[in-house]
Design a protein. Structure first.
Length: 146
């Protein structure tokens, strides 16, 4: 899978971009973040609830952030290394955000999530499905912002 910057030879950092404003960048990034859990089939974190002695799956944000550091090295990050929206006078590479949007779009899958037990609510479980109906929702939200 080639991302936007790879296809167009734009891997070098761009000093400053202005076509995607900071506000639009933030909206687009927030939309991507809303769908991160739909990448759980790739970034699984198996947890254990000792109270009920059961294993469950969560989205592994750390593994995701590490992969994105390699896959999309120029995307803006905060002081803790997390993908972030521009603040104040931060320089940002809008094409890296487009890479992130495409990465999520190409890998998004449906999930089913909920409490293990409606009464005791010991843990929140994510179950990965092998369908991509959620892609249409994601695409529509991204296109609405553009």
């Amino acid at each position: 899978m080639n991302l936007y910057t790879e296809r167009h030879g734009l891997r070098k950092p761009i000093v400053s971009t202005s076509e995607i404003s900071k506000e639009v960048y933030t909206l687009l990034l927030n939309t991507c973040q809303e769908y991160y859990k739909n990448l759980t089939h790739i970034f699984k974190l198996q947890q254990h609830c000792s109270f009920v002695d059961q294993y469950y799956i969560e989205f592994d944000r750390s593994q995701f952030e590490n992969r994105m550091a390699i896959k999309i090295p120029n995307i803006l990050r905060d002081d803790y290394g997390h993908i972030a929206a521009p603040q104040y006078d931060d320089d940002y590479d809008q094409y890296s955000l487009i890479d992130l949007i495409e990465y999520v779009a190409e890998n998004i899958k449906d999930i089913s999530e909920g409490w293990n037990n409606d009464r005791y609510k010991n843990y929140w479980d994510i179950r990965c499905l092998d369908t991509t109906k959620v892609f249409d929702d994601y695409r529509n939200e991204i296109n609405e912002i553009f």
